[in-house]
Design a protein around this ligand. Sequence first.
Ligand code: NDP
Ligand code: OXD
Length: 317
Amino acid sequence: MSSSKPAVVIDLKFERREIDAALSHALPGRKVMLAADKDQDLSSARYAVVWKPDRDLLLRAPNLQVLFSGGAGVDHILTIPDLPPLPIVRFVDESLTTRMSEWVVLQCLSHLRQAPAYRRQQREHLWRELPQPEAKDVTVGIMGLGVLGRDSAAKLKMMGFNVIGWSRRAKDIEDIDTFDNSGLDDFLSRTDILVGLLPLTPDTRALFNAGLFRKLRRGGPLGGPVFINAGRGGSQVERDLLEALSNGTLCGASLDVFEVEPLPADSPFWSLENIIITPHAASATDVRALLRHVEQQIDRYETNQPMQHVVDRTVGY
Ligand code: NDP
Ligand code: OXD
């Protein structure tokens, strides 16, 4: 096909089949190149769609004008050495948001309804009813009230949980008490289930540590605080997390993200009874939706309208 519009290079470390299927219907009228084809000359590419890009991508494609992240998070781009000052657009789409809220609600309900304990009892062929706290007596504190945090908050409210939230800038959200940095201790002291939906930035690295876990509400209806993280593993101090889960500072956790991914086979996390692990799968990118979003944003760029969801590089998300 002859292509008159500026070219796009794709470097997404996702399932190749999914990428090929999505590309068969996407970016009409443009030359689309795959970075995986090492013989391909990428110098004509003006846009790159990337998820954990090859370290040499920017050398091979020196004429890029915009970088599109294949996910909501952009730490995989911002940590590229000598990153040129190009605009970076992150992925925001209903499919991603809905999947994340499903995962967050599922994890909160799993801890409310004691899924890890029942799984243990099932393994032991033990028929024993456990206490059933009510969602209205449990406060879920969400750290990160962005696109994903706000949608999760609304859906947790629908399930009857009491929901509070914390973010960098103060917020006013109906029916939810919100806190900014100055209110962190107050926020933690009210939280039974802590949900991390933060980007990884210099300010959020190692934020979930022993000191923070100790400030969560004790004596709540779940028997102790629970930690749920689907933001980034770099925000949690795993030594502290393991210790908190073993000494009762935390009574459970759901972890989708880890400092090192894939989680090594010999990680002590695998054998803990009181946690639920998923393999960075809380919310997967739908590649068709991603390419639709890229098309829309390129269209805005090429018609001199401001692109949406552009990363503020001074704060790192
Ligand atoms: P947004 O940029 O929309 O929201 C980020 C939120 O974090 C904002 O509320 C922001 O505050 C807050 N925040 C950032 N830095 C700080 C800080 N230093 N202190 C307090 N609050 C802070 O991002 P999304 O909601 O779209 O996504 C959040 C993260 O979720 C992604 O960056 C990614 O890491 C992760 N993710 C994980 C997935 C998975 O499958 N596990 C899938 C998709 C995303 P403010 O509102 O004031 O700006
Ligand atoms: C994302 C992710 O950032 O999948 O979208 O983690």
